[in-house]
Design a protein around this ligand. Structure first.
Ligand code: BDP
Length: 719
């Protein structure tokens, strides 16, 4: 090959892989750029160059809008909406039973197996049909088809029937009415209460469509640390305006209910759930809410936890409190999501045991429209926790999984950590509640005990940042949550690939690299933050960065030292039978795996055991050596992440490339900070040196302890 030809080919190649316009991440995974592969584009054109949406309603109009816009983008030419696709091949969407046009092609037998919100996509007599038993199903079918095409999958002979496995797929916004976001790392709240209800920011619509595209059907728009004010009529009108934007996208609006609202807002002298005046206040409030928002979803409640008011203030139980609210909502079809994230003021024994101790005895006492919402682990969204003992233990009340999408304890806004791996690990974990195979996904979808009402919640990572999530890769976590709420059995790697392909590129080399980054990043983060079952060793307050030395908080169980229990003998929290006994809250099959220090899977070793520093690990290293090794390994894996990202530069637009690049540089620095600060601290107890070949901490322990971060999100500067 001549030099001229080589350089010509190089220029050509460059032209093909160099994106022509800058991107800022706003479009998320819904970019719908023209399909580059001509064969595939022509095949799509043959089938979907025109579309008919049979029916006229807000949701079906959304279907029409999304299909025509998405297809127009993908096909690179206007895809008109026609009255009837008719003779020539086209796309038809409509509700089965309501659409005569759909009925022409799809029989009763074809829709066997469809459930509410599920959809069928099939090809009949040259027509591509999307149908469902209800409008939401058609909407999800439309978005599924668009994703299918974004992923360049063939439509020829397509036949897909899907039902959501979980009924309530809900984002929890920890957004305050003053627009600050508790544990939010992407700017301020997107809800502009000041300008609502008149001004409807286009973001509300874009937010709703992003959610609908992944099957999310509910949004709690206010913080669990709730403000009663949101139930004042003017606020409710504002909330109603938001609900109006969400409705055509199949999303219900929910609010957090402050338990003491009857006092603060209603002027009563009590919020006792058994007091008829209190019950009446909530009933009236529910009526008012439903007058304004006829499809209002219900309440999310944090009660008697971290200082929030609750039924126990009046000597009543969680069931009394939840049922009172459930009764107020029941006439309108509303539900209560009652949180199990509670730990008492008195802080007795092991905090990990408290939710189980309080909730299991109440199982069977909750109304049918109450779900118990539990975090994935028994403490608090730590980088890695064993599953919450409530999973599998609540046999009657539906247990709703709460994942954190915002990365409060996993690097906040600066770290790339693919949370789908964490979610997958939890959902695939075996509770052994009904023998082997009783995995958490079966609790989530209700099949373990046959619960009809099921739900999954994710604490949102969305804010005013132009790219929605601040850290661009946070979009993958939002996406993953939606996909897993729809189907908790999906694998993380499939989700990573879908997202990377839609958000970035089809180029195999780049795609492999991005998926590689995402799929290893969770383990990496655990290694440089809390390896081997360590937990809750972050800095106090803002939770940014390491703080294993924290020991002066007002509550014992807010201190890191309470959790790691480092001493001259060893490290870790003995939760076995000889310790706090937390392990006994799990089913026998589960217990067996963790009871013996020598056999306990090492990822949870220090969660369940206090382990001598010279304990021999599976690797042959001592605990101390292994700890050092894990921290170093984690930090060096971040360096590898950075290198990998560099390898995709040619395939990514400059703007997003740089966004990620800058964050990775911070992550690398912070991973080393975690490593060095933690090892400098634990070294004081092990009294052993950092093993040869591994870097020693850069600074003294005093240095790490002295660091302050007045600018960290979630803290008010003191100066
Ligand atoms: C903790 C957060 C705190 C939340 C709490 C909760 O630090 O801000 O209010 O969880 O879930 O992790 O209620």
């Amino acid at each position: 090959m001549t030099a001229r030809r080589t350089s010509f080919i190089a220029i050509l190649l460059l032209a093909v892989i160099t994106p022509c316009h800058a991107e800022d991440g706003y479009r998320l995974w819904l970019r719908f750029d023209k399909v580059g592969d001509e064969h595939i584009r022509v095949a799509y054109l043959r089938q979907a160059s025109r579309a008919t949406v049979d029916g006229d309603s807000p949701v079906l109009n959304t279907v029409a809008k999304e299909l025509t816009a998405g297809l127009t983008g993908l096909l690179g030419q206007p895809v008109p909406l026609v009255a009837e696709a008719g003779v020539a091949p086209g796309l038809i969407a409509g509700v089965w039973g309501a659409s005569a046009l759909v009925a022409r092609y799809v029989s009763q037998a074809d829709v066997q197996g469809l459930q509410p919100e599920g959809f069928l996509i099939t090809q009949k007599e040259g027509q591509l049909i999307i149908t469902a038993l209800d409008e939401r199903g058609v909407l999800y079918g439309a978005f599924f088809l668009l994703r299918h095409m974004q992923l360049l999958e063939p439509v020829e002979g397509i036949h897909i029937l899907q039902n959501p496995k979980v009924k309530l797929r809900v984002l929890n916004h920890w957004d305050n009415l003053d627009r600050t976001v508790e544990r939010g790392y992407a700017g301020f709240s997107i809800w502009n209460w000041h300008e609502l209800p008149e001004y409807l920011d286009v973001r509300y619509t874009d937010y709703a469509r992003a959610n609908a595209s992944i099957g999310i059907n509910g949004a709690v728009v206010t913080n669990v640390n709730a403000n009663a004010l949101v139930f004042r009529h003017d606020y409710l009108e504002k909330a109603a305006a938001l609900a109006g934007v969400f409705r055509p996208y199949g999303i219900k609006l929910y609010l957090t209910a402050r338990f003491s609202a009857p006092i603060e807002l209603g002027g009563l002298d009590t919020a006792d759930p058994l007091d008829p005046r209190v019950q009446q206040w909530w009933k009236k409030k529910a009526e008012e809410v439903y007058r304004l928002i006829p499809d209002f979803g219900g309440f999310l409640v944090k009660a008697n936890s971290e200082g929030q008011p609750g039924p126990q203030d009046y000597g009543r139980s969680h069931a009394d409190g939840a049922n009172m609210l459930a009764d107020a909502l029941a006439p309108f079809g509303g539900i209560v999501m009652w949180r199990a994230f509670i730990y008492s003021h008195e802080a007795p024994g092991d905090r990990a045991k408290q939710a189980y101790d309080e909730f299991v005895p109440l199982d069977g006492q909750f109304r049918a429209n109450v779900l118990i919402q539990a975090k994935n682990g028994p403490i608090d969204f730590q980088p890695r926790e064993p599953i919450h003992p409530l999973f599998g233990a609540m046999k009657k009340a539906p247990l709703m999984m709460e994942f954190q999408i915002t990365k409060e304890y996993l690097g906040q806004g600066t770290h790339l950590v693919g949370l789908a791996s964490l979610y997958e690990e939890v959902l695939q974990a075996d509770t052994y509640a009904r023998g082997k195979g009783s995995i958490v996904a079966k609790v989530a979808d209700g099949t373990l005990y046959g619960q009809a009402l099921t739900g999954m919640a994710g604490v949102a990572n969305i804010g005013t940042a132009r790219n929605w999530t601040g850290n661009l890769f946070g979009q993958a976590d939002w996406y993953a949550f939606g996909r897993l709420a729809w189907d908790p059995y999906l694998s993380a790697d499939i989700i990573f690939r879908e997202w990377a392909e839609m958000a970035f590129t089809h180029a195999p080399a780049a795609l492999d690299a991005i998926v590689w980054m995402l799929s290893g990043s969770y383990e990496t983060c655990v290694r440089y933050m809390t390896p081997l079952g360590l937990h809750h060793i972050m800095a106090a307050g803002h939770h940014y960065g390491p703080g294993p030395w924290v020991d002066n908080m007002s509550r014992a169980d807010w201190n890191s030292t309470y959790y790691h229990r480092a001493d001259e003998q060893g490290l870790g929290f003995n939760r076995s039978e000889s310790g706090s006994g937390a392990l006994l809250q799990y089913a026998p099959g589960f217990r067996q795996q963790y009871a013996d220090m020598d056999k306990c899977p090492e990822q949870y070793l220090l969660w369940f055991h206090h382990v001598p520093w010279n304990h021999r690990m599976h690797s042959g290293r001592t605990l101390w050596e292994e700890l050092c090794w894990q921290y170093h390994q984690g930090a060096s894996e971040v360096t590898a992440l950075r290198e990998k990202w560099r390898s995709v530069k040619a395939y990514i637009d400059e703007e997003r490339y740089e966004q990620v690049n800058m964050h990775l540089a911070i992550q690398e620095k912070e991973a080393r900070w975690w490593r060095d600060a933690c090892l400098a601290y634990f070294k004081e107890f092990s009294r052993m040196e950092i093993p040869p070949g591994l870097e020693k901490p850069k600074h003294s322990l005093e240095y790490y302890e002295s660091l302050e971060f007045p600018y960290a999100p979630g803290i008010r500067p003191r100066w």
